[in-house]
Design a protein around this ligand. Structure first.
Ligand code: ZN
Length: 234
């Protein structure tokens, strides 16, 4: 949070606005500050179980402030359900312990062309509004001698999607992870997604979608981009 005179406040020791744009300047725009998900240094000192207890308490308070009757049978369990969903499911990709373990195999078939895993459906959440981002990821690489199980490409996408995200960061985080695992620059990631903060609120545009891409190594050439685009078009 930053006030107009430039004074910044820190929340729990974490600078909430390191680039020093005011909240007014950012407004409703999506704003991307860097490749790493902004986490506090002590993000994992609290156990998952303790986080769920705390989130349930706080979510109950939000509901209470909104005037909802938490003694109603339908609402009573909601704070606990939301807390469990946040930690165990939709934001589970914040915790490094949930990162998929990846085994590599020798490229026995000596397959030298690009491998494309397309139409990987994912659900993420916009970190500016905490509403869903729903989309498809297309992931491609050219083997530098090792290959990865196809389901692992999917799991890597899901891991980074299960965080509060912006689409640009999601794209780059998947690409950088794949480059490290596969020991090659020859990696591409294309993401085509709908942001519910754009379609269901704010400007209420239900037809627009956002496309982001990362073309590393040989993928960053017109020929390879055309080849890849041909594979992923419906
Ligand atoms: Zn948003």
């Amino acid at each position: 949070m930053e006030f107009e005179n430039g004074t910044q406040i820190k929340i729990n020791g974490h600078n909430s606005n390191p680039k020093r744009f005011t909240d007014d300047e950012i407004g409703d725009d999506h704003f991307y500050t860097g490749i790493d998900t902004p986490l506090k240094p002590n993000a994992f000192e609290i156990s998952d179980e303790d986080k769920k207890i705390r989130i349930a308490e706080l979510f109950a308070e939000i509901m209470d402030v909104m005037g909802l009757d938490l003694s109603d049978d339908s609402l009573r369990g909601t704070p606990n359900r939301v807390a469990k969903m946040y930690i165990d499911e939709i934001f589970s990709g914040l915790h490094p312990k949930n990162k998929p373990k990846v085994a590599l195999f020798d490229n026995k078939y000596r397959y030298q062309q690009m491998l494309v895993e397309k139409n990987i459906t994912f659900y993420s959440n916009c970190e500016h509004h905490f509403v869903p981002i729903v989309g498809k990821a297309h992931v491609a690489y050219i083997s530098s001698g090792k290959v990865i199980g196809l389901s692992k490409l999917n799991r890597i996408v899901q891991y980074f999607a299960k965080r509060p995200q912006v689409q640009e960061r999601l794209t780059n985080q998947i690409a950088i992870e794949l480059k490290q695992i596969l020991n090659t620059e020859d990696v591409a990631v294309i993401i085509d997604a709908k942001h519910l903060c754009v379609s269901s609120r704010g400007i209420k545009d239900d037809t627009s979608a956002t496309v982001t891409s990362y073309y590393g190594g040989v993928f960053n050439t017109p020929d390879k981009i055309t080849e890849l685009q041909n594979y992923i078009k419906d």
